[in-house]
Design a protein around this ligand. Structure first.
Ligand SMILES: [Zn+2]
Length: 295
């Protein structure tokens, strides 16, 4: 009999946990808010308590594994978090500190890697040897999974396509560069482009609806979004030539990404007419926490 598995998805607003039985059945799920003032010790202790609470649901005295998805990248050589949306984690040995509190080893991965891993293992990417995970939401992230093994990279940042600085005249990105992909094709990036072009705010959802009802302003911005998506993901397809691409994050619900967008990907790839499937994720919002549990 294998171990019980605890998965934790540490996000900017909530810490979600899941408990899986040794056969993979989901037994328990809960979430608590991420401490508001985002002090490192508070986030560390809240994560620890969430693990203990979840472990309390395990019948008897069975051993369990713990996997954690974090909104950042951990340097594989030092164990130090070096990029994170939850900025109090930056520069901290989060995994080490948590292992000390818990008294056992834990697995830790970037949340986009958790997404790609579980989609490869049990979701839309199941059966594809090489899978490229593309997450587009408020930000852009990604991961690479080869034969059900994550390709992490020396600094734990493999697959971070959102910060290619492609436009020296573009908007400043929080990472310090200018004109990152994320400033163009994330939800907030597209909204900023609309505001810049037409001097009024417009939500991503409204831009998509506007395109569908042939509003000229929305159409211009939305088609540019699909063009940029194709240009960047087409480049990634040329680079990795994956067996499939799986999309996640809030923008992955936009149907046009799978026809017009996929067409642009093929058009911008080095080999014209690539047949790389662009797939919608299957596990939705659960991907992060399930991916962490299976790490
Ligand atoms: Zn950036």
């Amino acid at each position: 009999m294998g171990n019980y598995r605890i998965g934790i998805d540490l996000g900017g607003t909530k810490i979600e946990s899941v408990l899986l039985s040794p056969d993979g059945t989901e037994l328990h799920r809960s979430r608590i808010p991420t401490p508001k003032d985002k002090v490192y010790s508070l986030v560390l202790n809240a994560t620890h308590e969430q693990i203990l609470d979840t472990a309390g649901q395990i019948p008897g005295d069975h051993p369990f594994s713990v996997g954690i998805g974090i909104p950042g990248a951990m340097d594989r050589r030092t164990g130090i978090i070096h990029k994170a949306n939850t900025t109090c984690l930056i520069g901290k040995p989060f995994r080490h500190d948590l292992e000390q509190l818990l008294g056992q080893k834990i697995a830790m991965e970037n949340d986009a890697n958790c997404f790609t891993y579980i989609e490869a293992l049990k979701g839309a990417g199941k059966g594809y040897g090489t899978l490229l995970g593309i997450i587009m939401g408020t930000g852009c992230g990604g991961g690479i999974c080869i034969n059900n093994t994550l390709w992490k990279g020396l600094h734990g940042m493999a697959g971070e396509w959102g910060h290619f600085a492609i436009d020296p005249l573009g908007r400043k990105c929080y990472c310090g560069n200018r004109g990152c992909v994320e400033t163009k094709i994330s939800g907030s990036g597209v909204e900023a482009s609309f505001h810049e072009a037409f001097g009024r705010p417009m939500k991503m959802k409204e831009i998509v609806m506007g395109f569908r009802s042939q509003d000229p302003h929305c159409s211009r911005i939305f088609l540019q979004f699909l063009e940029d998506f194709g240009r960047v993901v087409g480049g990634l397809v040329s680079m990795f030539d994956p067996d499939a691409v799986v999309l996640g994050g809030g923008l992955s619900n936009i149907d046009e990404l799978y026809d017009i967008g996929a067409d642009r990907v093929s058009g911008y790839a080095f080999h014209k007419g690539t047949a790389t499937p662009v797939l919608k994720n299957m596990l939705g919002d659960s991907a992060g926490v399930l991916g962490a549990a299976w790490l």
